[in-house]
Write a protein that binds this ligand. Structure first.
Ligand SMILES: Nc1ncnc2c1ncn2[C@@H]1O[C@H](COP(=O)(O)OP(=O)(O)OP(=O)(O)O)[C@@H](O)[C@H]1O
Ligand SMILES: [Mg+2]
Length: 149
């Protein structure tokens, strides 16, 4: 399934995130791709809101992995600073992705294309294109039951 959605501002991107959250199944892995400042963290904030997580979501570019709890657990991961596949082992990334199903968790991975080798087959990929100013084209590839364009 491939869906293209246009966003004309951060609030719309948050709303798209909320809608995605409502359609996710346990263990879902979502990879967010696209240039710096395209809205990956904003979308993650929307997903968190949709999961009824009330903590403030901050960009995990330094901590690499953050975990929050709402209706489900959310792992928010940012691989921007990760440059070598061996670092995935140190992070325990594969273990997190493998345990997500039984933890009733979902994982959202910014710059997740870097982890291609260890991503599950059912990974949902969401790519952002900056069209101009506040306009983004958001392309969703993968199975999200019930999500409407
Ligand atoms: N349509 C839009 N959707 C999302 N963010 C938007 C949009 N228009 C403008 N913005 C702005 O773009 C910025 C997006 O920042 P954000 O931290 O989400 O980017 P990012 O993709 O996570 O970047 P990075 O790769 O550095 O982590 C915010 O300042 C936000 O206000
Ligand atoms: Mg970010």
């Amino acid at each position: 399934m491939i869906i293209n959605i246009r966003s004309s501002g951060p609030k719309e991107t948050m709303k798209i995130g909320e809608n995605i959250a409502a359609s996710l199944t346990s263990g879902a892995v979502i990879v967010l791709t696209g240039p710096l400042g395209c809205g990956k963290t904003v979308l993650t904030k929307g997903i968190a809101r949709g999961l009824h997580i009330f903590d403030e979501i901050t960009s995990p570019s330094f901590t690499i992995i953050s975990s929050y709890t709402g209706d489900r657990q959310l792992f928010h991961i940012d691989l921007y600073r990760i440059n070598h596949p061996e670092e995935f082992d140190e992070l325990g990334l594969e273990e997190i992705l493998n345990s997500s199903l039984y933890l009733n968790a979902v994982s959202v991975i910014e710059w997740g294309e870097k982890a291609k080798g260890i991503l599950p087959e059912e990974t949902i990929t969401i790519n952002f294109k900056i069209d101009s100013g506040k306009h983004r084209t958001i392309n969703i590839a993968g199975n999200i039951a019930g999500l409407k364009s």
